[in-house]
Design a protein around this ligand. Structure first.
Ligand code: GDP
Length: 425
């Protein structure tokens, strides 16, 4: 079974919690895109863990976890993250964690460039997490990036680093007027944070190919959501990677593999970190109450998230782009306090009602939400474990979303704990 688990919206849909739950059925969990620019919070019997780079299966010792070729890896961050998991009582050995030879290394000057550019943009900034993700992907496409496999060729690394640093300083020093990057400092950084990971670096293509041939089940775990995709998202307020399920086999190392299932993770309401158009945004007391109830603060950055009601237009588009075969609706319990539930059913653009998600940033900026209200649940649903336990209004809400998005809801999550969910079919 090859399953991809992806976000259908702006990210932070609760993917981490769903992957943690569902990964028990899989032998291998692979991250296939992005870096440490987003975070999964996973709560289980061992405690609360924030994962930025590591696949959520890392908390289960029997699961193999891969950082695939499509990823960008900040080794200093990985060092910290691994240490926090080990501190939580979960040992991390080669085999339990595998790092692709093809994954790209995010070097210290990548976050620096991210920061220099966001600062240069001032009011026009993209709202980057400043973790260096766009600069490092740009270098990958310029063919000026180091890959994890370079750590296995230490003898030639010094020369490679000297060459790329010389090129990089054309931007850092001559472009931004910043103090130049030192090749020696980069080598020292690679020695400190890269060398300890050498035993973990492997050709994941061969590993996964064998795993699939041996009929092992593989879960492909995405970060962020469809609306943050570099091609189909809200450009330029997107990530620099492909966040879509169809990229999973490529970014994982088995480009020829076909997915059996795509689980679209969708939140029962909307949230968005950072800048850019967010048509369904709720403000004032209504927004504050929802943010508070949902604990909507960024896992990677701690930034308060913007919140809104469920957005039919964006969610239908996002689910379609992901090719979801089923949905997992998360954080349904958060809506328990509402007497009536706001739903953004369409947008208004230039005086007309539209139900498609515009591709042009100007149209998205101009679009206004059209809100309708559905009946509230009138009770706390966090204790429900079966579809029959849900009040009629909550079932009605699930059916409404299935119809509006055009995809069946297989799971409903009603709390952060591992067992706080309902399987609908
Ligand atoms: P991710 O990056 O997509 O995993 O999402 P976040 O980092 O935003 O994590 C979601 C947050 O919501 C975490 O703190 C989870 O523990 C929590 N969470 C996930 N699912 C549920 C749920 O169904 N109900 C509640 N109340 N919290 C949830």
């Amino acid at each position: 079974m090859l399953t991809s688990i992806v976000g259908t919206n702006w990210g932070d849909e609760g993917k981490g919690r769903m992957v943690d739950l569902l990964s028990s059925d899989y032998d291998v969990v692979v991250r296939y895109q992005g870096g440490n620019n987003a975070g999964h919070t996973v709560v289980n019997d061992k405690g609360k863990f924030i994962l930025n780079l590591l696949p959520s299966g890392i908390l289960r010792p029997e699961t193999a976890n891969i950082l695939g070729p499509g990823m960008v890896v900040d080794l200093a961050h990985l060092t910290k993250e691994v240490a926090s998991i080990v501190k939580g009582g979960i040992p991390i050995e080669p085999g339990h964690l595998i790092l692709s030879t093809r994954a790209v290394i995010c070097l210290p000057y990548h976050p620096l460039l991210d920061q220099l550019e966001e600062d240069r943009l001032g009011d026009k900034k993209f709202g980057s997490t400043r973790r260096g993700i766009s600069p490092v992907y740009a270098d990958k496409y310029m063919k000026k990036a180091l890959r994890m496999g370079d750590l296995l060729h230490w003898d030639s690394l010094k020369e490679k680093v000297a060459d790329i640093v010389e090129w990089k300083n054309l931007t850092v020093e001559k472009g931004y007027g910043h103090e130049p990057v030192s090749a020696e400092a980069i080598m020292a950084w690679l020695e400190e944070y890269g060398l300890p990971f050498v035993p973990f670096v492997k050709d994941t293509t061969a590993y996964l190919d064998e795993a699939i041939k041996a009929c092992k089940s593989v879960m492909f775990e995405a970060q962020l959501g469809a609306l943050r995709d570099i091609d189909y998202g809200i450009v330029p307020y997107t990530s620099a990677s492909t966040t879509l399920a169809s990229y999973a086999p490529i970014g994982a190392g088995v480009p020829y593999a076909k997915l059996d299932e795509v689980i679209g993770i969708m939140k029962a309401y909307s949230s968005c970190v950072g800048e850019g158009p967010f048509t369904c945004e709720l403000f004032g007391e209504e927004g504050d109450a929802l943010r508070e109830a949902g604990g909507e603060y960024g896992a990677a950055t701690g930034r308060p998230r913007r919140v809104g009601g469920f957005d039919v237009v964006a969610s239908r588009y996002g689910s379609r782009m992901q090719g979801s075969t089923c949905l997992a609706l998360t954080k349904m319990d958060v809506l328990s306090y509402m007497e009536k539930i706001p739903v953004c059913v369409a947008y208004e653009l230039n005086g007309e009602r539209i139900d498609y998600f515009p591709s042009a940033i100007d149209d998205l900026n101009a679009a206004k939400p059209i809100y309708e209200y559905l009946p509230g649940f009138n009770c706390d649903i966090s204790g429900c474990r079966k579809a029959e336990d849900l009040p009629a209004e909550a079932l009605n809400y699930v059916r409404y979303i299935e119809d509006a998005v055009g995809c069946p809801v297989k799971y409903v999550s009603v709390g952060p704990e591992r067992d706080a969910y309902i399987t609908m079919f």
